[in-house]
Design a protein around this ligand. Structure first.
Ligand code: FES
Ligand code: FES
Length: 221
């Protein structure tokens, strides 16, 4: 299979899977489950009464509204839940990865209100009403195909665990600066760690994607 064919197949599969995952994000809460005894209630006030009467010493979960990858949704989370945990366990978005869980590696990066942020360092309750984009949103949006294609073309990954974080950071950079220099790319990616050492290839891929997107074209093999 040629490199060109490989890029197309990879992106088509990723785009379809990402779109399906986003479409399955639950929009409204239809039931409220007790995190302690797993009893299910049909309203938040019933859940609250249950905690008051059955788990008086426990912390009551809270509801949070988010706008994720273009979809409005509501989640029931424990106050200590991070955005990373909510994306994965409540919304089924597994693209953001957890490597260090302490804000040091960038693998959990998402975009919140236009800014790249570390989802392992944010409490979900801090994100009420925020607009959040994950790597699934980038993969599903045809506008960003050149970026995904360039990453595939230049093999800017080995194990791939860090790659979602790099892609999200790159997207945030290109949103605010569609024509970055190599130095600006390195600066933007400084918080993303790759244990496999793929660093030089990220700049190459992002520079090519920026050039291709400026022309409205596609990456060739
Ligand atoms: S897992 Fe969030 S910065 Fe490392
Ligand atoms: S490709 Fe393996 S950690 Fe970056």
């Amino acid at each position: 299979m040629s490199n060109d064919n490989g890029v197309r197949v990879t992106h088509a599969a990723a785009q379809a899977q990402a779109a399906e995952t986003i479409a399955s994000i639950p929009s409204v809460l239809s039931e409220y489950s007790c995190t302690l005894c797993k009893k299910v209630f049909m309203s938040y006030s019933d859940l609250k009464y249950h905690y008051e009467t059955e788990h008086a010493d426990a912390v009551l979960p809270v509801t949070v509204k988010l706008h994720v990858n273009g979809r409005d949704c509501e989640v029931l989370v424990e106050p200590q839940s991070t955005l990373k945990q909510t994306l994965q366990f409540k919304l089924g978005l597994t693209g953001a990865k957890e490597m260090c869980n302490e804000g040091a590696c960038g693998s959990c990066t998402v975009i919140m209100d236009g800014r790249a942020v570390l989802s392992c360092t944010l409490l979900t309750v801090e994100c009420e009403g925020k607009d959040i984009q994950t790597v699934e949103g980038i993969a599903a949006d045809p506008k960003w195909k050149p970026l995904v294609d360039a990453y595939c073309k230049w093999d800017a990954m080995q194990c791939g665990f860090c790659t979602p974080g790099f892609l999200v950071t790159a997207k945030a950079l290109l949103d605010r600066n569609p024509h970055p220099t190599e130095e600006e790319i390195k600066d933007a990616l400084a918080g993303n760690i790759c244990i496999c050492g793929t660093y030089p290839r990220h700049s190459t891929a992002i520079l090519e994607a920026a050039a291709i997107m400026a022309k409205g074209g596609l990456v060739n093999g």
